[in-house]
Design a protein around this ligand. Structure first.
Ligand code: UD1
Length: 352
């Protein structure tokens, strides 16, 4: 069986690693890894490959940044001849980034089978580019691998036949489980006893100057009582600079490698984020997470995990922060099938 994996952006890398490993252990499978180059900085891409033990991609499409249309079109144009020549039995795509949707479109039109790992998540907010990517990819995919029960229900409601849906659990948690011991060796002695770890990169939060100013003001307040450590996505750093905003005493860092970030995550007093994956990682680790978004495509992190949606309401953020600091943080549990074996289950389905 010939399998082609397509990745492009940072959150794809921790998801492809366990599937690559699980398939490597099975006989008769030839794997090809294609990187679209959506993320290209060393600290957004290369270092993740190294730390996660992902082989150097067989093909790099080097598409780089651009508007959504330009980036998506560029990925499609450059990918088409590659997959047309390879003629794989299945193309696997991951998550909800532009590379995921662009690949699904190209392969569906070439009559190539597509498997979507992390299918079925829905925020029901079509202003998010990722929601569009999720909807399109899931309609086109032939095999849909979901992380949790809500994913299955969303797909069934959208008319996807149940035979195409496989609940395998959370592949990103596989990477976390495998590398947590190594991550715990990072930042052992260089951290304040209590700190808030912050990440922000959603266009809705960082592309508008008054919204970003409001969030930074809130973080500066948090920083009065609790050190704020803020590894900033290149987009966020650029916006802070372009809008002439002041991050004051916040410890703004460059994006961190996987192990370094996980080393902070597992020790954080709390996390403030607008990321998707970090809502899941904090739920797994039992670390309180305040999500600066009005909705989430990962509702299980709220219903079962440690996640609280605070939206962009500074009052709500302050209230929830006070609860954590008073020792009354929300308690949670680890959702079913977030057990480090999801990649194995994907491989089993493919082989079957
Ligand atoms: C993408 C995903 C998002 C994911 C995020 C994780 C889409 C629609 N969005 O958003 O779901 O949560 O990755 O990081 O696919 N840039 C660099 N260096 C890089 C990559 C990007 O400087 O290596 C800068 C560029 O200015 C670029 C901007 O970041 O224009 C945004 O990059 P892009 O890939 O368009 O989207 P992300 O915001 O990273």
């Amino acid at each position: 069986m010939k399998v082609v994996h397509i990745v492009g952006a940072r959150p794809n890398f921790m998801k492809v690693a366990p599937v690559l490993n699980a398939l490597k252990a099975r006989k008769g499978i030839v794997q090809t890894l294609v990187h679209t180059g959506q993320h290209y900085d060393v600290n957004m891409s290369g270092v993740f490959f190294e730390q996660l033990g992902i082989p150097v991609p067989d093909v790099n499409l080097a598409v780089g940044s651009g508007s959504h249309a330009k980036q998506t079109a560029e990925i499609m144009t450059r990918l088409e001849p590659v997959v047309a020549e390879q003629k794989p039995d299945i193309v696997l795509v991951y998550g909800d980034v532009n590379s995921t949707m662009a690949t699904a479109l190209v392969c569906a039109k070439l009559g190539l089978r597509v498997g979507h790992v992390e299918a079925g998540l829905r925020s029901f907010d079509r202003t998010m580019p990722e929601e569009i990517n999720r909807l399109v990819t899931d309609q086109l995919a032939d095999l849909l691998f979901t992380p949790s029960e809500d994913g299955d229900s969303n797909l069934l409601r959208e008319g996807i036949p149940s035979e195409k849906i496989f609940r395998v659990g959370n592949v990103m948690i596989d990477s976390l489980v495998r590398l947590l011991p190594a991550a715990r060796q990072h930042h052992k002695n260089d951290l304040p006893e209590r700190f808030a770890l912050v990440t922000l990169h959603r266009p809705a939060n960082v592309d508008d100057s008054s919204t970003l100013r409001g969030i930074l003001q809130c973080l500066l307040e948090v920083n009065q009582g609790l050190a704020v450590i803020f590894p900033a996505h290149p987009r966020t750093r650029k916006r802070i600079f372009d809008f002439g905003l002041d991050a004051g005493q916040l410890r703004v860092l460059d994006p961190l490698p996987y192990l370094g970030f996980l080393g902070l995550l597992c020790r954080a007093t709390l996390v403030i984020t607008d990321s998707g994956g970090i809502q899941e990682e904090t739920t797994y680790l039992g670390v309180p997470c305040l999500t600066v978004r009005e909705n989430t495509e990962r509702p299980i992190t709220v219903s079962q995990g440690t996640n609280v949606l605070v939206g962009r309401d500074p009052v709500k953020l302050r209230v929830e922060l006070a609860k954590v600091l008073a020792g009354n943080a929300k308690k949670g549990s680890v959702p079913p099938l977030w057990d480090g074996k999801a990649g194995e289950r994907v491989a089993e389905v493919l082989v079957r």
